[in-house]
Design a protein around this ligand. Sequence first.
Ligand code: ADP
Ligand code: ZN
Length: 520
Amino acid sequence: MDTPLEVLHRVFGYDSFRPGQQEIIETVVAGGDALVLMPTGGGKSLCYQIPALVRPGVGVVVSPLIALMQDQVDALTALGVRAGFLNSTQDFGERQEVEAAFLAGDLDLLYLAPERLRVDSTIRLLEKGEIALFAIDEAHCVSQWGHDFRPDYLMLSGLHERWPNVPRIALTATATPETHQEISSRLGLDAARHFVASFDRPNIQYRISPKSEPKRQLLDFIRTEHPDDAGIVYCLSRSSAEKIAEFLSDHGIAAIPYHAGLDARVRALHQARFLREEGLTVVATIAFGMGIDKPDVRFVAHLDLPKSLEGYYQETGRAGRDGLPATAWMAYGLQDVVQHRRMALEGDEAHRRRQALHLDAMLALCETVTCRRVMLLDYFGETGTGPCGNCDTCHNRPDTWDATVPAQKVLSAVYRLAKERGQKFGVGQIVDILLGKKTAKVEQFGHDSLTVFGVGQDLSSAEWHGVVRQLLTRGILAVEPAHGTLVLTDKSGGVLRGHDQVSLRRDLKPRAAGRTMKAK
Ligand code: ADP
Ligand code: ZN
C-alpha cells in the first residue's frame, strides 16, 4: 500500500502537503470521520482523493456541482486515476457503463449527484461494491440557514446507518460557526474530527468604494491596476453582465459575458477561454465560478452587492488562489441597499428574517470604519486578529462625522410628508426637497411650502444620498417594498427627538480612494 505522501508525489506530482492536508488524510485513511472547513483554494479535493486511492475500494464523492463532474473526471483521468460519475445529464447507456466499471472494481473515485441517492437502484449498486469512503463536498448545502440549501443533502445522514464502517469526510469552504454546528449535527458528525483551517486570505486586498459611475469606476480600476490580468466581474442580472462585458471590450479590456441565459455551448466555450487564455475578464452572474480552478485570477470585482457575506467571501475567494497579490474590489451605493431591502421582503417569514440578517452583515462590512478583514474573519468565527494593513480601511482610515442633524432633517422630511400630506416618496424627491430644488415634481406637489424645504443646502446631493444610504443600512429608515418609498422605523423616533446620536462614515471620493491604494 502506498503512503499518502507517495500518492501525492506519484499521482499528483506535488512535493509536499498544504497546511492541514496530511492530518486530514491520515484521519480518513485510518477509517475516522472528518469535517473539514477550509477556504476555497485550500486544497480540499486531495483530502478525499488521496484516501480513496490509499484505501481499498471506491471513494464515493457526493457533489452538487453536476456541471463540473465531467471536468473533474477528465482531470483525474489525465493523472491516471480511474474515475466516473453518475448524474441526471447522462443517458441510460452512459450510466450503465459507469455502473459496470464500479461493480468490476475498475474505479477509484465515483462522483454522485445528491439526487442519485434518492433512487433505490443507486443504493443497491453501492451495496454491491466495496466503498473506501464517502466524501460530502460543499457540505454547507445541508444547512437550511445557508445560502445554498439542497434538500437531498438531508438524506446523507442515512449513509452512516447503512455503512457504519465506511469513513466519511464532509468538506466546505463557507461556514460560520452556526453553519459549522448545523453541518455537524445534520450529518451526524459530532464525534468526527473537525479541522478548521484559517479563513484568512492574506494576499487578497479588500476594497469597497461608494458607487457613483459604476462602469467608469470599474474601468478605471482595471486600467490602473489590472490592465492585462485575468479577473471576474460579478453583477446581479444577465443583461448587465452583457452590457458591462461590451463596455469593457469597447474600452480595450478583453472581456466576455457568462450567465445562465447563454446557450450551454457558449457558456462552456467562455469558461474554457477564461481558463486557457491570459488576461481575460469574465463578466458574470453568480452562475460562474463554482469549482473553477484558475489560480491566477488577479481581481474579483462586484458591481452589485452580494446577498450575504458567505457569498461575498466565496466569490472574492476566487482571486489569488496562487497566493500572489490580488484585489477584491466592490462599488456599492444607495440603490443597492434599496434593491436588497426590497428583495429581502420576499418569501415566507423565516426566509425574510434570514435574508435581512444576511444583508445587515453585508452592509456592516460595507460601512465599517475598521479593518474589513477583521470584520470578515470575525463573521466566520476567527476572532482576535489585528488590523490587516491590506484593506482600504487600514490604508486610509475613514473619518466619521456627527450626522445627527442631517439625519433629523431626512427623517423629518419623511415624517412631514406622511403626517401633513399622507404622502410617501423615494430618495430622489426627499433629497430635492432638502436641497430646495424647484423641480417640476416639487412644484406639482407643492413641496416647496414644506417647512423642511431647502433646509439641507449645506450638503451636496451625493452627500445626502450617502446619509440616506447609511440610515437605511442602520435601520433608522426603511424602504417600502412595493414602491421603494422611504418610511420611518421604530429607531427613527429616538433620532428625531434628539435622544440618539448618529455617527456616520464619511464617504471617500471614489477616485481618490482608488488611487491612494497604488502606494502599496
Ligand atoms: P478547494 O477545493 O479547497 O477550493 P482544490 O482542491 O481545488 O481547492 O485545490 C486548489 C488548487 O491547489 C488546485 O490547483 C490543487 O491542485 C492545488 N493543490 C492542492 N493541494 C496541493 C499541494 N499539496 N501542493 C500543491 N498544490 C496543491
Ligand atoms: Zn485591514
